[in-house]
Write a protein that binds this ligand. Structure first.
Ligand code: HEC
Length: 179
């Protein structure tokens, strides 16, 4: 039994030592042109999902997000998000498609997250991805407007999105996005 524990401790020490030395060896390929392996993707996504879920647990979701705030949320989306995430009938830019991980198409991603989780993500961003922390310059009301808008994306047709763009160009929202 004593030998088992000695071996176990030696294995742990070796693993920790390997972890400390690895960054200096150049063994990890940081190229964004090479996709994450399935294991890396699983590790990062699982870490993100549970981190967001536990941190969003204490957030109070407003009973109602006004139409006006959602309209501002759309303006913000056009201003800051569409380049990376695309929209119905609008592709993400070429450079966004070259990010690693690639930004998900939100109409597909949003249904898997609770409103408080979406709020937390938009406000705080996601480390080690290109997802910025918009709480740096948007207030909570602006962010809830964005959340209200992105929750309408699933099932939105290309025509509806194009119509929103036209409408906003004709009558821009009175309260301009904060950036
Ligand atoms: C520079 C690129 C970039 C911009 C700009 C950006 N995002 Fe992201 N976003 C990302 C990336 C990359 C991810 C994926 C992170 C991951 O895989 O963990 C992401 C993830 C998300 C997610 C979580 C999706 C999921 O998997 O559940 C939401 C929600 C989101 N972004 C909303 C927004 C909103 C709203 C805006 C604008 C206010 C925005 N993003 C702007 C790159 C961006």
């Amino acid at each position: 039994m004593k030998r088992f524990w000695l071996g176990f401790c030696a294995a742990i020490v070796l693993l920790v030592a390997a972890g400390v030395v690895a960054p200096f060896t150049g063994v990890f390929n940081v190229a964004a042109s090479v996709p994450h392996s399935a294991l890396e993707r699983w590790y990062l996504t699982t870490t993100m999902t549970h981190s967001v879920r536990s941190r969003a647990a204490g957030i109070t979701v407003p009973g109602n997000i006004s139409e006006e705030d959602i309209r501002h949320g759309f303006a913000q989306y056009r201003n800051s998000c569409v380049y990376c995430h695309g929209a119905p009938g609008v592709d993400a830019t070429d450079w966004a498609q070259a990010l690693q991980p690639e930004p998900p198409y939100l109409a597909d991603a949003v249904p898997a997250r609770q409103p408080a989780e979406l709020f937390w993500i938009v406000r705080n961003g996601i480390k080690m991805t290109a997802m910025p922390a918009f709480g740096h310059h948007l207030n909570d009301r602006d962010i809830w407007g964005v959340v209200g808008f992105i929750r309408q994306l699933p099932g939105m047709s290309d025509e509806t999105y194009a119509h929103l763009v036209e409408e906003a160009d004709r009558a821009p929202p009175t309260r301009q996005p904060s950036n």
